[in-house]
Design a protein around this ligand. Structure first.
Ligand code: MTE
Ligand code: MO
Length: 221
């Protein structure tokens, strides 16, 4: 077994209050802090030229400007989030555009079963379109009533609380609709394709690269 796999498996977990236990997926630790985790540098943007590219299994590929996006209905959610490196955070509040509302404004082909989320810096992650259509899948621009900070994904990030948080791409730049599934960045490196926290779908195999379990030494706010 890989050393890091062993370490992650042996992490000691502090007790969780009984009344909250049912909300904590197996093997997770509750944190009040908000860790900051990503590959590459925090990108900088000129919002006049920023766009969200929609392509693949759509009748008309398009690029949506920030101004156009902001005209869509706004949705607020409160959700628990779970990172594969074992931290969970309860009751995070987000405001954004429900992916459902965006998709209704677009001409998506019925063959579009999967989506690849394209984000900076060269990050991508895949998920089923049906998951994106759930009530709580959001393209978020606000966190706890304030604009997202650049480190947490400003100007736009995906928030899909039902899956491990690596699927919630920050700095999203495009959604590619696909007939067939394809692996994203972490999925190629051995993370689980479906990534449901309550089923503890962390890794697809134990002989592959696995996540850094040292999030508590990292940046957070
Ligand atoms: N563009 C991009 N989005 C990303 C990542 C990344 O490396 N790049 N990391 C993911 C991972 S592993 C996690 S846990 C969350 C962390 O979000 P946070 O920094 O707001 O806590 O972002 C996800 N989205
Ligand atoms: Mo993560």
């Amino acid at each position: 077994m890989h050393d890091k796999v062993k370490r992650i498996k042996n992490v000691k977990l502090p007790p969780v209050p009984t009344e909250l236990a049912h909300r904590l997926p197996p093997g997770q630790v509750l944190t009040e802090r908000f860790p900051i985790l990503h590959e590459g540098d925090v990108p900088e943007y000129d919002m006049d030229t920023w766009s969200l590219r929609i392509f693949g299994e759509v009748n008309k590929a398009t690029e949506i400007t920030y101004a156009e996006l902001m005209k869509l209905p706004k949705t607020q959610i409160k959700a628990d989030i779970h990172c594969v490196t074992r931290w969970s955070k309860f009751d995070t509040q987000w405001e954004g555009i429900a992916v459902l509302d965006l998709l209704q404004a677009l001409d998506i082909k019925s063959t579009a079963e999967f989506a690849m989320i394209h984000a900076d810096q060269d990050y991508e992650t895949n998920l089923p379109v049906r998951t994106l259509l759930a009530d709580d899948a959001l393209l978020a621009y606000c966190y706890q009533g304030e604009p997202l900070t650049p480190k947490h994904g400003w100007p736009l990030r995906l928030v899909v609380p039902s899956l491990y948080f690596w699927k919630s791409a920050k700095w999203i730049r495009g959604i590619e609709f696909m007939k067939e599934d394809r692996h994203g960045y972490w999925e190629r490196l051995g993370f689980h394709n479906e990534a449901e926290p309550f089923a503890e779908q962390r890794f697809s195999g134990e002989d592959l690269n696995i996540p850094d379990d040292e999030w508590h030494h990292k940046d957070f706010d």
